[in-house]
Design a protein around this ligand. Structure first.
Ligand code: NPW
Ligand code: ADP
Ligand code: MG
Length: 282
C-alpha cells in the first residue's frame, strides 16, 4: 500500500468561508458521550474542542457530577444526564454526529451506553468512536454498527485490543487495512507519532506534530475537533477528519515553539483562531 503524506492543502480544501445566509443548525448537531467520575476532564476537553472547532450545537452526555464543571468551562455546550436513556435516544435522533468514548470508562454503564448508541444510530449519523469506547468494544467483542458512517480514533494500544494486531505488527499497513474492513470502519485514525489514516483506497500519514503532544487529553481534544469538523464540513467526511487531524497537530507544533508541553485545552481554545487564518489564506 502506498502511503501519501497528509499536507496542509487539506485545510484549505475543507475549511471554507461560511455562507452569510446560515444558522447554527447548518453547522452540525454534535453529541459527545463520555466522562465518568474518574475521567470527567476528558469529555470536558472534547466538548470544549467541539464548540471551538465550530459545531453549530454541542451537547455533552456525561455523569451528573460533571454538570457544573461543564457549564463553568464551556457554557456554550448543553448537558445531558447519561443515565437518562429516553433523553439520550431523543437526542441521538436529533444529532448529526455522535462522539463516544473520551473518559467513558469501562464499567457496566459504559457498556450500556456503547450498546445503546450502536443500536440507535442510522445512516444519517456520523459516529466517532474513541478512547474507552474502543476498549469496551474489545472487552465485550462488540462490532461497529453498519448503519452510520464510522470513524475510529484509537491509540496503538486501543487498536491492539480491538484488532488483535500487536504493536510490533502495526507497521504492516496491509494488516491494519484488512482489519479496518473487517471491523466495518469507514475511517481509521491510528494515532501515534506520525498518525496514519486508513480509508477506502487511502493511506495518509501525518508528518507534523511531536512529543510536546504526549500528554493526557490530547486525543480527547482531537475527538472533539473531528466531531466539530465532520458536523459542519459535510461534503466529505474523510477529508473533514483529515483536516481535523492536521489542524490539531499544526496548532500544537506552532505552540511548541514557546511551550515544552502543549496543553490540550489550549488547542481547543486556539482552533477557531487558526481556522479564521486558513479561511483568510494567511
Ligand atoms: N483528564 C482526563 O480525564 C483524561 C482521561 N483520559 C481517558 O482515560 C481513558 C483511558 O485512556 P488511556 O489512554 O489513558 O488508557 P488506556 O486505554 O488503558 O491506555 C493505556 C495503556 O495503553 C498504552 N498506550 C497508551 N498510549 C499508547 C500509544 N500511543 N502507543 C502505545 N501504547 C500506548 C499504555 O502504555 P504505557 O503507558 O504503560 O507504556 C498503557 O498500557 C480514556 O477514556 C481517555 O479518554 C485520558 O485521555 C487522559 C486524560
Ligand atoms: N510523540 C508524539 N508525536 C506526535 N503526536 C503525538 C505524540 N504523542 C502523542 N501524540 C498525539 O496525541 C494524541 C494522543 O491521543 P490519546 O493517546 O488518545 O490521548 P488521550 O486519551 O490522553 O487524550 C494523538 O493525536 C497522538 O497522535
Ligand atoms: Mg485517548
Amino acid at each position: 500500500m502506498a502511503i501519501n503524506e497528509l499536507k496542509s492543502d487539506i485545510l484549505h480544501e475543507v475549511i471554507l468561508r461560511r455562507p452569510d445566509d446560515s444558522h447554527k443548525g447548518d453547522f452540525g448537531r454534535v453529541l459527545l458521550i463520555g466522562g465518568s467520575m474518574q475521567y470527567g476532564g476528558a469529555i470536558l476537553m472534547a466538548g470544549q474542542a467541539s464548540v471551538g472547532a465550530g459545531a453549530g450545537l454541542t451537547t455533552v452526555a456525561t455523569d451528573k457530577v460533571n454538570l457544573t464543571a461543564l457549564h463553568t468551562r464551556t457554557p456554550e455546550a448543553m448537558f445531558l444526564d447519561w443515565r437518562d436513556d429516553d433523553q439520550l435516544l431523543t437526542n441521538i435522533e436529533k444529532s448529526d454526529v455522535i462522539v463516544i468514548g473520551p473518559g467513558l470508562g469501562v464499567d457496566q454503564q459504559a457498556l450500556h451506553l456503547v450498546k445503546l448508541v450502536f443500536k440507535a444510530v442510522t445512516n444519517k449519523h456520523i459516529l466517532v468512536v474513541d478512547g474507552s469506547a474502543l476498549t469496551v468494544m474489545a472487552d465485550n467483542h462488540l462490532t461497529f454498527p453498519r448503519s452510520a458512517f464510522t470513524i475510529a480514533t484509537p491509540h496503538q494500544m486501543e487498536w491492539a485490543r480491538l484488532s488483535g494486531i500487536q504493536l510490533n505488527y502495526q507497521t504492516e499497513h496491509q494488516l491494519n487495512e484488512v482489519q479496518r474492513q473487517i471491523l466495518n470502519l469507514d475511517v481509521l485514525v491510528l494515532k501515534q507519532h506520525h498518525t496514519l489514516i486508513y480509508a477506502e483506497n487511502v493511506l495518509h500519514q501525518l508528518m507534523i506534530g511531536g512529543a510536546y503532544q504526549a500528554t493526557g487529553g490530547m486525543g480527547d481534544v482531537l475527538a472533539g475537533i473531528i466531531g466539530g469538523f465532520v458536523g459542519q464540513f459535510k461534503q466529505n467526511h474523510l477529508k473533514a477528519t483529515e483536516a481535523a487531524v492536521y489542524a490539531h497537530s499544526i496548532i500544537a507544533q506552532e505552540m511548541a515553539v514557546h511551550s515544552y508541553v502543549v496543553k490540550p485545552s489550549f488547542i481547543a481554545d486556539a482552533i477557531s483562531n487558526y481556522m479564521s487564518r486558513i479561511q483568510s489564506n494567511l
